[in-house]
Design a binder for this molecule. Sequence first.
Ligand code: DGL
Length: 278
Amino acid sequence: MEIDATQGPIGVFDSGYGGLTVFREIKDALPEYDYLYLGDNARTPYGTRSQETVYDFTLQGVEYLFSKGCSLIILACNTASATALRTIQQSDLHRWGEDKRVLGVIRPTTERLSELTRSGHLGLFATEATVQSRSYIIEGANYAPEVTIHQQACPMWVPIIENDEQESQAADYFTAKYVNALLKQHQDIDAVLLACTHYPILAEKIRSHLPKEIDLISQGTLVAESLVDYLSRHQWMQDRCSQEGRMTFLTTDSPTDFDTKATKFFNGSVKSEHVTLL
Ligand code: DGL
């Protein structure tokens, strides 16, 4: 990819494929920008790793995307947003200069919490690391203190999705298990948020196990709408983002595997290149 000293693509980072469910909404909302998607497939999943490890891996991804000319990076991964974003923003960002920004997926979602539930009891499915971080509960208290968040970790869903086992008995078993565990936490839960970017791929299965009066919410459009708003309020950042409608996909694992599986997450064909992060 050509590097322009003053303008560059918007970087999108994820532990692997999941971020593509967010990226497809961003691309729909802002098709004119250039994008550089980086999936750390060689080290996925992040959701079962320690906070220190997720921070180290995410920092390497962010460093790589800045080195390729991005000024704005979206961490399209809840686990990375929950465990690494704050430290990167507070302790690392200044090293790349004043005009660089890293944004996550949790704030755009928590800012809209009060729209998502009528009863004030929101269920949330996420990885173990996101649940442990309590980031949604902490950020949610700032934007919608009237909403109580009930969290349920779903460690088996990412492996089921990555192995294309959404229609298997195992998928039914673990979906029923996590849905029941969540709904047991409070009888007034009237909406459930998929707070892991992989989970929209399993949405149909999850929907089939949820009572029909409970809403099921994916966060891709919330993140895309928030980015539209951010760029409209920050002209200086718009000026640093090139706008020729190009997309480049990078993976730390096999591009052949990435291209095959990514289609399912992106709803469109993908041609990736291999990179190494260190
Ligand atoms: N898709 C990531 C998220 O939103 C997690 C997947 C993983 O465990 O790597 O949390």
